[in-house]
Design a protein around this ligand. Structure first.
Ligand SMILES: [Zn+2]
Length: 127
């Protein structure tokens, strides 16, 4: 990874964390290629949250990569087990990450995704 792409990932993380005041992204331990998936997830969660005047984050999102899978955890005012909409969003975006190259965010290929990695066919994304 070059310096400039590392900086891009860092600024995208900052942007993602500061985007919605009712959602705190606490843990963001995901490969840079998955930042877009997490970003889409946060947008989607924001869309299903009811409007409130609370100045504090009501939802805390943890996003982690484990064994080649994205693990999204949502806590806060919401009990995820009682909210079908949120649960569906989690499932959708976790599936989305499994089909996404960890390096570039493009579509992952079966052939290049060895073990716990999700990679596309491009040479620069291969390990
Ligand atoms: Zn790639």
């Amino acid at each position: 990874m070059s310096d400039s792409s590392a900086k891009t990932a860092e600024s995208r993380q900052r942007e993602l964390r500061g985007r919605h005041r009712h959602i705190e992204v606490r843990d963001l331990s995901v490969p840079s290629g998955w930042l877009t998936v997490v970003s889409n997830f946060v947008e989607s969660v924001n869309d299903v949250l009811p409007v409130t005047s609370s100045p504090f984050p009501r939802v805390v999102v943890d996003a982690k990569e484990k064994y080649g899978s994205l693990r999204l955890n949502v806590q806060g005012t919401y009990d995820l087990s009682k909210d079908d909409a949120l649960e569906t969003l989690v499932d959708l975006h976790e599936d989305d990450a499994e089909a996404t190259c960890m390096a570039c965010g493009g579509p992952a290929s079966e052939k290049a995704s060895v073990g716990f990695t999700r990679r596309c066919d491009r040479a620069e994304c291969a390990r």
